[in-house]
Design a protein around this ligand. Structure first.
Ligand code: GRF
Length: 205
């Protein structure tokens, strides 16, 4: 059973999909802790309802990003977390964090990386850029986190059609549905030890 830690900043619908998949016995893992950098993140409520320990860690109480990340690392190691999942977590991870959990941090991004990603591309502004560019296909990417922004080895991707008349709201909803399928799938594969990182690529056994 893999000990999982989930970092969130918002509504936590991706967290909810992980909770539900674990409950249905689809993932050989257990969420030991949910940490948010936002006190009002609804994902904290979702975790509490599922009986999962939660922590709100206030960035303002720490003198630097490094100190803040060190506190998070401390809490994760107290619970022997082996896999860190970033489920809509909008904060930078320190170099120390990424080295400590190298190859064991999974992130989800609401586009087909390397399109519409990188600095400043997160949440709804990804969908705004997709609509503005007029692409016919967007999608979802689940990847391992490395020291870059959305540059780590890709685990799974799935396309999502952009439809005539789509708004940010309608597109976001369609993309989220796919997010809720492929993030748990990537975590399931990790927990079954079926992911191998080979350079910039991920091989699924
Ligand atoms: C999702 O769109 C995800 O792709 C992005 O942040 C959003 C999180 O949504 N990283 P939620 O908090 O899981 O509902």
């Amino acid at each position: 059973m893999v000990n999982i830690g989930v970092l969130i900043s918002g509504s936590g619908t991706n967290l909810q999909s992980i909770i539900d998949n674990i409950k249905e016995g689809k993932i050989k893992g257990k969420i030991q802790l949910v940490i948010s950098n936002r006190k009002d993140a609804y994902g904290l409520i979702r975790a509490e309802k599922a009986g999962i320990e939660t922590l709100y860690i206030n960035r303002k109480e720490y003198s630097s990003p490094e100190e803040y990340n060190r506190k998070i690392l401390e809490e994760l190691s107290k619970r022997e977390v082996e896999l860190v999942v970033l489920a809509g977590y909008l904060n930078i991870l320190s170099q120390e964090f990424i080295e400590r959990y190298s190859g064991r941090i999974i992130n989800i991004h609401p586009s087909l990386i390397p399109s519409f990603c990188g600095k400043g591309c997160y949440g709804e502004n990804v969908h705004e850029m997709v609509l503005e560019r007029g692409v016919k296909l967007t999608g979802v990417t689940v990847h391992f986190v490395d020291e870059g922004t959305d540059t780590g080895p890709i685990i799974l991707q799935r396309p999502v059609e952009v439809e005539e008349g789509d708004t940010v709201k309608t597109l976001k909803e369609r993309v989220l549905k796919v997010e809720h399928e492929i993030l748990p799938e990537a975590i399931r594969l990790f927990c079954e030890d079926r992911l191998t990182i080979e350079g910039r690529k991920v091989r699924i056994k």
